[in-house]
Design a protein around this ligand. Structure first.
Ligand SMILES: [Zn+2]
Length: 357
């Protein structure tokens, strides 16, 4: 169950762990404002042109990195999930191919049709067929170097069959995506999966199947939220994840701290707008040790708290830094064989117990 984290000696081909900072084209690009963050991997989605078709011309037909002020790797999502929920605004596959061909993005996700929870086997099978047709089209237009096919499936057999199709299309994929993980972890209505443990077991089984089928590839999981889920998926074998969690938390007013749930930056004795529990002493210590682009310029913990309380941008920069640092820490722990200890300090028991360490 735990192929990814064996002894470092067996891992000469270990892939670098990559976190892609999810960014909306409508929101302020916080990572571009800090030298420490502007070279970090960024993820944008064509799904935004589903709601606002003018973005196709205005934004997606021009080089993206200069527009957003970043110079690191850029991944572009087709917006399959958005198109599923807004079919009237769906972009033609040729349009997606044209954008992908002319963009300066480094990787593009194939246009997939994620299976829904209340769909019949026949409906799912129809979606898999359309996903495969799109992959075939984009493959002809773009080749395999930058294109990421997406594995879907509600059962082990469906996952297997979809893996076989992707392999049959080409043997030279560099990347492969694992689809549907977040809806699985979030959904509440499926009687077989309503128990969170079953959902997590199904997720780990999809990841395991995909890793077994594509052992030398980069394996990416989409739209993962909390840092603990990011680390859990990476521990299960995914080496690449995108997340907007750092921005959502900042928007909500909360900050990340290593190994802790998102917290409001409040300390007992300091008045704030909200009446939330103050940070514990241990959490204050974690904040004192933060080396993010915001905290490192503050001399006291009070100044850090005031800054993080003041507005979205400092919180988002801090959160991006913390989650990126956590991924680097996992990478170092794997390299030194100390991942068991590291993961036990970071993951909730319901994820840790799935790892079979
Ligand atoms: Zn910080």
């Amino acid at each position: 169950m735990f192929e990814f984290l064996h002894a470092p000696t067996k891992h000469s081909k270990e892939k670098k762990l990559q976190l892609w900072l999810g960014q909306s084209v409508r929101a302020r690009v916080v990572s571009a404002e800090f030298d420490e963050l502007k070279g970090q991997p960024l993820m944008l989605s064509l799904g935004e042109a589903v709601h606002r078709p003018q973005y196709l011309q205005k934004i997606f037909s021009k080089p993206l990195k200069p527009q957003f002020g970043v110079d690191g790797p850029l991944m572009l999502d087709s917006g399959g999930f958005t198109m599923m929920t807004n079919p009237d605004g769906a972009l033609p596959i040729q349009t997606i191919a044209d954008v992908y061909r002319d963009t300066d993005a480094d990787l593009f996700i194939s246009l997939d049709f994620p299976p829904g929870f209340d769909e019949t086997e026949q409906e799912r099978s129809d979606k898999y067929r359309r996903t495969q047709e799109n992959l075939e089209f984009l493959l002809q237009e773009l080749g395999t170097e930058k294109l990421i096919p997406v594995v879907h499936g509600r059962t082990i057999d469906e996952v297997s069959a979809n893996i076989d199709v992707i392999k049959a299309r080409s043997s030279s994929w560099a990347w492969v995506g694992v689809g549907g993980i977040v809806p699985l972890l979030r959904q509440k209505n499926d009687s077989r999966l309503s128990d969170g443990r079953h959902a997590r077991e199904h997720v780990s089984s999809i990841v395991r199947q995909t890793k077994e089928a594509f052992p030398e590839h980069n394996v990416h999981a989409f739209g993962v939220g909390a840092p603990s889920t990011i680390l859990s998926l990476m521990a299960l074998g995914v080496n690449s994840v995108d997340s907007i969690g750092w921005r959502s938390a900042a928007n909500f007013g909360t900050i990340y701290l290593p190994g802790r749930p998102a917290r409001f930056p409040t300390k007992s004795g300091i008045k704030t707008r909200h009446t939330r529990p103050a940070l514990t002493e241990a959490e204050i210590e974690l904040l004192e040790n933060c080396l993010c682009p915001i905290c490192k310029h503050c001399s006291s913990v009070e100044e850090r708290l005031a800054k993080l309380n003041s507005s979205y941008v400092p919180r988002a920069a801090h959160n991006a830094w913390v989650v990126l640092s956590e991924v680097r820490s996992l990478e170092s722990a794997i390299a030194s064989g100390e991942h068991h200890h590291f993961l036990s300090s970071r993951l909730p028991s319901h994820w840790f117990s799935l790892l079979n360490l």
